[in-house]
Each structure stands twice: as C-alpha cells, then as structure tokens.
Design a protein around this ligand. Sequence first.
Ligand code: NAD
Ligand code: TYD
Length: 374
Amino acid sequence: MDLGTKPGRRKDFFNVSYAANHLIMKKILITGGAGFIGSHVVRLFVKKYPNHKIFNLDKLTYAGNLENLKDIEKYNNYRFIKGDVVDESFIFDLFLKEKFDTVIHLAAESHVDRSISMPTEFVYSNILGTVNLLNASRAVWQNDFTGKLFYHISTDEVFGSLGKDGYFTETTPYDPRSPYSASKASSDHFVRAYHNTYLMPVVISNCSNNYGPNQFPEKLIPLCINNIINKKPLPVYGKGKNIRDWLYVEDHAKAIDIISLMGKPGETYNVGGLNEWKNIDLIRLLCHIMDRKLERPAGDSASLITFVKDRAGHDKRYAIDASKIQKELGWKPEHKFEEGLEKTVDWYISNQQWLRNVTSGDYLKYYEQQYEKR
Ligand code: NAD
Ligand code: TYD
C-alpha cells in the first residue's frame, strides 16, 4: 500500500536525504537485543550511529545473554533496559518517558521445538508483546508520524512449507504450521492492521534461517557444534531431508539496517541467503569442518550422527526469493555459506566458555554482576 497521499506518512523519508536524516539524533529502541540476531543488530547500530541513542529492551529469557554485548556496553550511545514486552504498564511508561523515534522489534520466543511443548508462551511474547509495543508507539506518536518507524522482524516460516519447487515471495499467502510460526504470522497481521487502520508507518521483513556466532545451542548448527566438541550424538530429525535456506547473521543485520533506512512504509521485504541445504548434507559438511578444526580423524564427527523421531508437523522446505530487497534496496548476502560456516565454527571453538555458560545457565549471573550491583 502506498501511503504517499495519506496523512501520517514518514515525511522525513521522502523529503530529507538519508545522510541528512542521520545527522538528527534519534532514539532507536531494539527489542530482543540480548538474543542471537538482536545482539548483532545492536552492535551494528551502536557502532554505526554514534549520533543516535540505541536502547536495548530485553527480558533476558534463557535465550537472552548480555555477554553477547560485552564489547559495546560502555558506549555512550547504548543503554540496556531489562523488561518484558508483555508487561503493558511497564511498556507504556517506558515509551512515554523515552519517546522513541524508531522501534525495531525482534523480541520473541523463537524456537519451534519449544513452541510445540509450550505454545502459550509464544502467544504472550510474540503476539501480545507485539500488540503492546504497537499500542505504546501509537500512544506516544499520536498520529504525528514524522520521522517515526515501527519495524517488525519476522520469519519465512509464516509462509508454511514448500514442495520441491518454488520460493516464498512477499505475496505468498500465509500458511503457518507450527505454534511458533502461527504466533509470528499473527503478530505480522497486527502490524499490517495498524498500518491500514491507524496509518502507522510500519515495515516487516521475513527472513530465512540465520546462523553465526552467539546463537543459542538449541538450534541446529550450534547444537551440532556443541555436541561435536563434547562428542555427543547429533540428533537428525526424520531422514534429514528437510531443507532450509541459511543466511549469515551479519548479513541479516545489514539487511535490517538498510530496511530501517530505506524501507517503504507498509511494505514487506523477504530476506534470504539463496542457499538451500538439506539438513543431513549440512550436518555432514559441518562434521567435515569440525574434524579438520579439532584435528580429529576424518569421519570422527560424522560417526555421531543419530537419526531420531521426526519433529511433529516438520515443515519440508523453506526457500526465499529475495529479489525485491535486492532490486529495490540494493541488499544481497555478502557471505558465502562455506566461509560463514568456517567463521561460525571458529567462533564457537574459541568461545567454549560462552557455550559452557549458556548450557550450564551461568550466563544468567552476568546480568546480576554487571547490572544489579550498580
Ligand atoms: P533468540 O531466541 O536468540 O532471542 C530472542 C530475544 O528476545 C532474547 O534475548 C529474549 O530474552 C528476548 N525476549 C523473549 N521474550 C521476550 C519478552 N517477552 N520481552 C522482552 N524480551 C524477550 O531469537 P533470534 O533467533 O535472535 O530471533 C530474533 C527475531 O528474529 C525473532 O523475532 C525471530 O522470530 C526472528 N527470526 C529469527 C530467525 C532465526 O533463524 N533465528 C530467522 C528469521 C526471523
Ligand atoms: P532449527 O535450527 O530448530 O530451525 P527451524 O526449525 O526454525 O528451521 O532447525 C533447522 C532444521 O534442522 C529443521 O528442519 C529441524 C532440524 N533439526 C534437526 O534435525 N535436529 C535438531 O536437533 C534440531 C534442533 C533441528
């Protein structure tokens, strides 16, 4: 939908050049910034935009880890706020106090397996949390949307499951099939509804599977790396034939930056790696890299591969057509998969204390030590 003729459009977007736009101090709220993708986005924004104030709001669930942001926590333009997006009065008070210009919303429960065992948590954080942020933005912006943006980060999983052929485009109908993707689809619908109903300037991006440093070892790639290091079985669901499209996390963070600057209000952008892998092939490649890096005999890691019961309702294939963002905003992935995977493996091997902390729960103490003592 084109908002160009309606009141409430992002006037700065159309009237001021991007460079000039960035000389004006903005308050940017990033939610879920202590998580995997969020921490890469926070780091990019804090370093790239010294004139802006970057707020990181995170509940610090099991997936939120402030150790991910140790290197930037002393920057003057960065502030961490511990809080729950589900807590309506807390969110309203915070928005009324800080009057953010931009909201980049990543906070969510993000793991499909957890959503299968505890779906209600996903309804609270992913749906209600998003609606609370939309309502608070609306209350503070009061229909003056000059220079304002609500940017919602979503997933390709909302589109459902592909067969052998075809790709998800921005117009593919929604067909979520897990409690996780259903909660993300619902939140996307709310964001679009606030654009249509209240003219709120929103953008949404739907991205494929991310991998890279700082990902919690419940997801496929870090789980396998951690298990190989510790010589534990590598659980492959079903026959390992499901297909995912993998994107290096820093490439996603750059896409988020570009969309936040140039994304057209009301639009959706699909972000993907053009990089499809069958799970079993990916795990075999990872095993090969791990043998080499850990100086173990060839085939050592692959001997850990164990086929286990399939995930309930396991989506067969995801694949993104990212031609819109490439053509309209000039983004494309910079990392080749083998290069990104090597970087990722190197990071986990050099940060085994991080892995031990997140698997033992010791990382939760970091917040107490760094923040509660102040
Ligand atoms: P993550 O699980 O690593 O991090 C989520 C963060 O959100 C954590 O820091 C957690 O503490 C915080 N959080 C959760 N519930 C909260 C609440 N109620 N209030 C405040 N903070 C809360 O997730 P991720 O993989 O970094 O994903 C981030 C976003 O990107 C999610 O919205 C996810 O749906 C989306 N996404 C992820 C992928 C992927 O491959 N990981 C792909 C596409 C889209
Ligand atoms: P995951 O990293 O959980 O991401 P998503 O389910 O959001 O795509 O899983 C990636 C793929 O790997 C998915 O097809 C499920 C599969 N998988 C396994 O085979 N074994 C595992 O232990 C995990 C966590 C995932």
